[in-house]
Design a protein around this ligand. Structure first.
Ligand SMILES: NC(=O)c1ccc[n+]([C@@H]2O[C@H](COP(=O)([O-])OP(=O)(O)OC[C@H]3O[C@@H](n4cnc5c(N)ncnc54)[C@H](O)[C@@H]3O)[C@@H](O)[C@H]2O)c1
Length: 360
């Protein structure tokens, strides 16, 4: 049992809670299905808070709370940077999706989402897929990313990967002078939904791709789909030109930053920096990091388009805007002698600052 010291109070029970000023945090529990979930609404300043549902076997409830608070805060910045009229939110379901996911549990979760009346709109994330969102959509109106057959825009992995590819092109232009990965070696960590799509885009661009994944089945699948890829035990510290984290966050630590051989880091994983100080370590070693929340905004742009029933071609064009956006951020960082993360935060805050009484 976690003991909360009375001096800390509920709002001070974690650094994330006291520092980031979330609008609302909802703890959801359903004994019958075994559901334990947390929905965090960081900000609705730009619109309803949208963010995916992560289904993950967290070590403990504090780790789940910290994750959902950080991720929902990041969604506020991601939406602002992506230019969509949405706020920042996220949800986590605590448990192993392989053994604990059931229709009953997803339905119970969806009913909690519905109680928020549209202040929070859910979507997919690690551990949830379009099938799950179709089930969730039977119990709440506030869901995006359902299958096309169920009235949604389908899995967001393709457009997330396309956005990461555009972001990587901007990084390549800054580092090597041309917006292409042709002739470069890219190491992709995690060949799940996004990593697989990114692999195909990079191979088509003429890159050499190597991949690592903790899941043997994922490695077999990519080897079958793309015989040209090399399978490695790890890519983070391998001799590659680009390191693309596409699995879990916080892989950029003080020790990994010292060992990374890549000159460019750009991937889909959320919250790649374990601590803000890691960014300085990367900059100090001459490594360009394309901030995750700008690079991986393609999926968010897709579901924002779904909400306003935009045409697919219009959404693809909006995802392509990630390229000039990343160019601008990297150029501003260089010109001002600051990290790309700080430059990206400033880029997003320009939009948030324009809102009276903003909550971010
Ligand atoms: N799917 C989207 O549209 C989207 C949008 C924005 C951000 N993201 C982020 O991108 C990342 C990938 O998303 P996804 O949808 O492809 O998830 P996914 O669950 O489909 O794939 C993740 C893959 O990473 C592998 N993996 C896990 N831990 C690993 C490790 N330590 N080393 C190597 N591989 C590991 C898993 O086995 C899996 O194959 C996540 O961090 C997610 O939050 C996804």
């Amino acid at each position: 049992m976690t003991v909360v010291h009375s001096e800390a109070g509920v709002f001070g029970r974690s650094h994330e809670l006291s520092a980031r000023a979330h609008e609302q945090v909802v703890f959801c529990e359903d004994d019958r299905s075994g559901l334990k979930a947390i929905i965090a609404i960081h900000s609705t300043a730009l619109g309803p808070a949208l963010g995916g549902t992560r289904f993950h076997p967290y070590a403990d409830e504090s780790a789940a709370l910290q994750d959902v608070l950080r991720l929902s805060w990041g969604m506020t910045y991601k939406a602002a940077a992506a230019g969509v009229d949405l706020g920042g939110g996220k949800a986590v379901i605590i448990g192993d999706p392989a053994t604990q996911k059931s229709e009953e549990l997803l339905a119970a979760y969806a009913r909690f989402v519905e109680t928020l009346g549209g202040r929070y709109i859910t979507a997919g994330d690690v551990g949830t897929n379009t099938d799950d969102l179709d089930v969730i959509g039977q119990h709440t109106r506030h869901v995006t990313g359902r299958s096309v057959a169920a009235g949604g825009s389908g899995d967001s992995a393709r457009l997330t990967a396309l956005g990461v590819f555009h972001a990587m092109r901007a990084g390549a232009e800054s580092v090597w002078g041309a917006p292409t990965l042709a002739g470069r070696t890219v190491g992709i960590e995690g060949v799940g939904k996004v990593g697989r799509e990114l692999t195909a885009l990079l191979l088509a661009d003429g890159a050499e791709v190597c991949v690592a994944d903790v899941n043997e089945a994922a490695l077999h699948r990519i080897a079958d789909e793309q015989p040209a890829v090399r399978l490695l035990s790890t890519v983070a510290t391998a001799p590659v030109d680009v390191y693309a984290p596409c699995a879990m966050g916080a892989t950029l630590t003080a020790s990994s930053a010292a060992a990374i051989e890549a000159t460019l880091i750009c991937g889909a994983a959320n919250n790649q920096l374990a601590t803000p100080a890691v960014e300085q370590a990367l900059t100090g070693r001459g490594i360009t990091w394309v901030p995750d929340f700008v690079a991986n905004g393609g999926g968010l742009i897709q579901v924002a388009g779904e909400l306003r029933t935009a045409a697919p071609a219009e959404i693809d064009d909006e995802v392509a805007e990630i390229y000039p956006r990343c160019r601008e951020i990297i150029a501003a960082a260089k010109a001002e002698g600051i990290g790309t993360g700080a430059a990206a935060n400033r880029f997003a805050e320009r939009r948030l600052d324009a809102i009276p009484g903003r909550c971010a």
